[in-house]
Design a binder for this molecule. Sequence first.
Ligand SMILES: [Zn+2]
Length: 430
Amino acid sequence: VNVLYLGKLAHLRDDPFKFEKALEIIERGALLVSDEGRILAAGEQAEIKAQSDDARVVDFGDAWLLPGLVDGHCHFPQHYATASHGKDLLDWLQRSVFPAEMRYADARYASDAAISFVQRLLACGTTTATAFGSQFIDANMALFSAARNSGLRLIAGMTMMDRGAPETLLQSPADAGNQADALIAHIRGEPLLHYAVTPRFPLSCSHEMLELCDDLLRRHSDAYLQTHINESQGEIAAVRAGFTDAADYLAIYERYGLVGPRSLMAHDIHVSDDQLARLGGSGCAVCHCPTSNLYLGSGLFPLRRHLAFGIPVAVGTDIGAGTRHSLWQELSEVYKVQQLQDFGLDAARLLYLGTLGGARALRLGDETGNFETGKSADFWVLDDSENPYLTERLRHCDSWEDQLFCLLHLAGPGEVKATFVAGRTAHRAK
Ligand SMILES: [Zn+2]
C-alpha cells in the first residue's frame, strides 16, 4: 500500500547556481510513496490527497520533509578518531589516525563500530554516504552488512596502502586486488551498495598499487574511484618531492587512469587553474569538507573556481578530521568558508550542495537528491518543536526561505525526527 507523508516540503528542482527559483518550498506539502519506495508524487496536500484515496497517511504536522543528505566523504575507521590532536594533516595521520585505524583489525570491534557509524549517519539525516573503508576485509564486510541492514545507501571500498604507515595497515598489491574483488562480488546485486576503489593518497601507494587501482577500474566498470588531492601545503610538498617527474598532484592520478566521471577527489584546496580545467574536462567530481579543512588548518576551498570550471561538487563531513557526523551542520561551515572568500551562499545553494548537487556529483542524481517523481524516497524529517530557542527564532522570520536558512545554521541531529531510505524507515528518534 502507498504511503502519504504530510509536512512542509523543501527541495531543489534543479541547480540554483544556474537557475533562478530552483528551490521549491510547499508549506502544506505531501509526498506520495509507493510500496517499492519510489516517489509517486510530491506537491500540495490538497492535490496529492485527491489522487491517493487508499494511501496510508503519516502526518508530520509542521515539521519539514527534506531530501536525504549526501555525505560525499568520510572515513569509517575514523569513527572514533574525531577531535584527535595533530599539528597538521601528516602529523595527525601518524599520531592519531593510524593507531585508530589499526584497531579495526579486531573484527568484533570493527563490526560494533560499523553499526554505530551507520546509525549515526542516519540519525543525522544522511541517506547516502561515500566512505573510505578499513584496511581489513572483515571490517569492510561488516560495514556493508551494517549499511544493508539499516538501509543506508553506501559507496565504500577498502582503503589501499602499501607504504608510509605501520605495517599492520599495509597490504601487498596482490592481496589488495584479491580482497577488492571479493568485496565487489559480495555486494553484487545490492541496489543501495556500491564499490569504490580507494587508494588513500600517493604517499600511501607504490607504483604497483596505483597500477592495480587502474586494473580494478578497468575490470569493474561500475566501480567508483575515491581518493584525496591537494589538501594541505605540507602534504602537497611531500607528494611533489616523492613524484618529481609528475607536473602536479593531479598528473599522478592521471598517469594511472584514475581521473574520470566516476572519480571523486576530496579537498582540492590548493589547486591551479590548469588542474581545474583538466578536472572539469574529465567529468571528475570534487568533495569539499569545510570542518576538516578548518580543523587541520588545511585551507579555504575555492568553490567559485570549481563551479566556474564546471566541476560537480559534493560536501563531506570527513569524519574523523571533521568533528561531526552531521552533513546538515557541515553546510553551515560551507557557508562560513565561502564568506571568508566573498562568496555569499543562500539557503537554496546550501541545500543543493548537501542534496541534489551531492547526488549528481556521485552520479546518483537520477536516483536520489530531490522529490522528483520516480526517484527513490530518500528523505528525513526535521522537527524543531522541541527546541525552544529555535522555534522562537523561526517566528521572527519573514519567509519560509528565511526559516530554511536559519535551520541550516541552527538545527542539528537533535532535530532529526526520522530518516527514510527507499521508503523504508532507517532511523526514528526515540
Ligand atoms: Zn579524508
